[in-house]
Ligand binder design. Structure first.
Ligand SMILES: Nc1ncnc2c1ncn2[C@@H]1O[C@H](COP(=O)(O)OP(=O)(O)O)[C@@H](O)[C@H]1O
Ligand SMILES: [Mg+2]
Length: 255
């Protein structure tokens, strides 16, 4: 009995290793032509071979945004595969949280403008130094903000940063991403954190995405000893709340 279970779990392990090696290779093979497509579209959009007319420009932009979308999807799938195989490392850096969020808002500026929404940052006066995985915190916040942009037809999105002392726990950084969009029914609020889960509506389907973003957010937050949750009502907007310890210890560090 034990032997059979062992064999089964060994087999699963070998399969997941094989799968992630395969995916890493496939991902490289897919990324290379996608980057070539993006390079050529960007040259076309820069009028390197002459000025494009409006219809041509619109088509080339579509090619470019679809290629971007595929790259994003690929990187989400790779992240989830690594997470599933327990192969996602945590890198501890020291960074200031408000700076990181300002940097993200700047990077998202073109998307915010395109969505014709107001984006407001609400930062504490004192600097908030964190020792955590900067890249993962960044990815969580980018995911939540792009969702807020995607699911908010009008109004504003707001990101608020604060700290909270939770009894028995160390000081936590709290990042709240709040929008005035379509909201999420209570019965869907846990489902959306599962991979490939989206609230089924034609509006949402039309907005693209594969339903991986929040699954990655939750797993990243858990890896950083924190959490992500949501407060929302249909039609009343949504607030996603991320709580992360200000300091996590690097795994190899001895206390
Ligand atoms: N701010 C939001 N407002 C309304 N619905 C949201 C919001 N964020 C996420 N959702 C719902 O949760 C689903 C899953 O989100 P996510 O995992 O990021 O996938 P994707 O963005 O690819 O659809 C979305 O498809 C949407 O139905
Ligand atoms: Mg998303």
């Amino acid at each position: 009995m034990m032997a059979t279970e062992d064999t089964a779990s060994n087999k699963r392990e070998t399969e997941s290793v094989d799968n992630s090696a395969l995916l890493a290779n496939v991902s490289h093979e897919v990324r290379t032509p996608l980057n070539a497509i993006l390079g050529y579209t960007s040259m076309l959009l820069d009028d390197v071979w002459g000025e494009l007319n409006e219809k041509q420009r619109k088509s080339v932009r579509r090619i470019s945004s679809n290629a971007q979308h595929l790259l994003g999807l690929l990187s989400d799938i790779l992240d989830l595969t690594k997470l599933d195989a327990g192969k996602m490392p945590v890198h501890v850096d020291t960074f200031e949280l408000s700076d990181l969020v300002r940097e993200i808002l700047e990077e998202l500026e073109p998307l915010i403008e395109k969505a014709q929404l107001k984006a407001v940052g609400d930062f504490p006066q004192a600097p908030l130094w964190m020792e955590s995985d900067r890249q993962k915190v960044k990815q969580i916040v980018v995911n939540l903000l792009t969702n807020a942009l995607k699911f908010t037809p009008d109004g504003e999105i707001r990101i608020r940063i604060s700290t909270r002392d939770e009894s028995g726990l160390s000081e936590m950084a709290v990042i709240e991403v709040c929008d005035t969009g379509m909201g999420i029914a209570p019965r869907d609020q846990e489902k959306i954190f599962e991979s490939f889960r989206q609230v089924d509506s034609s509006v949402r389907r039309a907005r693209g995405g594969a339903g991986l973003g929040l699954a990655i957010c939750r797993q990243f937050a858990t890896m950083l000893n924190g959490s992500v949750s949501v407060l929302s009502e249909v039609g009343e907007g949504a607030t996603f709340i991320v709580k992360l310890p200000m300091r996590i210890k690097a795994r190899k560090e001895t206390p």
